[in-house]
Design a protein around this ligand. Structure first.
Ligand code: PMP
Length: 448
């Protein structure tokens, strides 16, 4: 903090906060009662008012290794002294090619070509564009429709909000992309509340619904289905057993591409390298971001199967490219941070540790059953969602209240309406999980 801002703060004025329009934040409430992280290290944020806050949301699902891992910091410092930026179009630099190989090796089967972007939103829009263009290049240009899912989140680009299914993210922004349908979300709080992991229910009704949508439009008009393996931003809602496998079978049968949005589930969150591996399903396209480089520099990617890449290469005359990309695609600093991050994942057994902690975390999270306001708890890997009963006439108010009361106990989680989400740093141990759950327990008891 500069001396000026410190002085303003000390004087009790928050004027210096006014110009910044903060994303996904109730700005007025925040500026009246700000939370300013000045520094971070390991599992903790250090705030401008001298507090030490346990980060039980891994930044925003992205700092899977905690903050300022020394190896990532070193790699970034070295990179900045070597190559700051390299024209992303028609030029390359070593680390971005290396990184594409490292990423491909983690995903199953033929998912072996990586298109780098700068965020999860860009990854979603890139994946949708690749899907539609691919269908056209292989002679199926009528396949332009897309199918998403209710409560899905694929970022905030027009493509992402069109296939996404969160009403507040859609309703202000006009008619969105045409030709999009949404499947039902395969979780029913009424009958499945307090499910641990994946529910053991019949998934065929969901497949029947999808078959119905496909039949309505005819498969020859549908390019792709896009889903999150579990709904993260929606509040950690987990699909039932066998759902992903059946979704793969149904899409394949109809020549429809399956896009899986692994922006949260990639890089260890489920106690596995990614959801594709966890579920034993090979999608056609996978999107990633966040944990790819521990949130150190914006980076994301769309990973495609070889056949998709080859179709583009064969269909495009020599000298003609895929007309898509970003100035900062594969940025050297992001790639350097990513290589260091991936090396740590590989060398330090992080995914195995996350898997080991998952059972303990499940017990801890579900111990909140019976606490005031709690109407549902869900979990998978190191992610959990706790839903509190909506206060009459004030959706989201109670969730926010619990979030703030938990923060008073020095733990940062996230509230998305009345769904609270916890995403421990993957290297946390039992002590940090206990601290998180006990802070939330106090938060629930203190909330009105
Ligand atoms: N997809 C999923 C599944 C996400 O969780 C998110 C971010 N929470 C995004 C896409 C968008 O990522 P970004 O905020 O980096 O654009």
């Amino acid at each position: 903090m500069t001396n000026d801002t410190q002085a303003a703060n000390n004087a009790g004025k928050n004027d210096w906060l006014q110009s910044y329009w903060m994303p996904f934040t109730p700005n007025k409430a925040f500026k009246a009662n700000p939370r300013i992280n000045e520094r971070a290290e390991g599992f903790y944020y250090h705030t401008s008012d001298g507090r030490k806050i346990l980060d039980s949301f891994s930044g925003l699902w992205c700092c899977n290794l905690g903050h300022r891992h020394p190896k990532i910091s070193e790699a970034m410092k070295a990179q900045i002294d070597e190559l700051d930026y390299s024209n992303a179009f028609n030029f390359g630099h070593p680390k971005v090619f290396e990184m594409a190989n490292v990423i491909s090796a983690q995903f199953p089967g033929d998912l072996d070509h990586v298109f780098f972007v700068n965020s999860g939103s860009e990854a979603a829009d890139t994946a949708l564009k690749i899907a539609i263009a691919y269908q056209r290049l292989k002679g199926e240009g009528t396949r332009t429709r897309l199918i998403g899912r209710v409560n899905g989140y694929h970022g905030v680009g027009f493509g992402g909000i069109s296939v996404g299914g969160m009403v507040n993210n859609r309703k202000f922004f006009g008619s969105l992309l045409p030709g999009v349908d949404h499947m039902t979300f395969p979780y029913d709080m009424g009958s499945q509340a307090f499910t641990r992991g994946e529910a053991d229910i019949d998934v065929e009704p969901f497949m029947k619904e999808l078959e119905g949508v496909i039949a309505l439009h005819d498969a020859s008009t549908i390019a792709a289905v896009i889903v999150e393996p579990f709904a993260g931003s929606g509040g950690v809602f987990v699909p039932p057993k066998n759902y992903m496998k059946r979704l793969r079978e149904v899409t394949k049968k109809h020549g429809i591409l399956l896009i899986v949005d692994e922006v949260i589930s990639g890089f260890g969150r489920m106690g596995a390298p990614n959801a594709a591996t966890y579920f034993g399903v090979e999608p056609d396209i996978v999107t990633i971001a966040k944990g790819i480089n521990n949130g150190a520099v914006p980076m994301g990617a769309a990973i495609v199967r070889k056949e998709i890449y080859d179709t583009f290469m064969e269909a495009m005359p020599v000298g003609v490219e895929f007309f898509h990309g970003y100035t900062y695609s594969g940025h050297p600093l992001a790639a350097a941070a990513a290589l260091a991050t991936q090396q740590i994942f590989a060398e330090e057994g992080v995914y195995d540790h996350a898997k080991e902690m998952s059972a303990y975390f499940e017990e801890a999270a579900h111990s909140l059953k019976g606490e005031p306001h709690v109407i549902d708890i869900r979990n998978i890997g190191l992610a959990a969602g706790v839903t509190v009963e909506t206060r009459a006439g004030a959706p989201g108010a109670r969730g926010t209240d619990v979030f703030l009361k938990t923060y008073e106990n020095d733990v940062a989680i996230r509230a998305n309406g009345d769904n609270l989400a916890i995403a421990p740093i993957l290297t946390m141990g039992k002590a940090e999980i206990d601290q998180t759950i006990e802070a939330l327990r106090k938060g629930l008891r203190a909330a009105a």
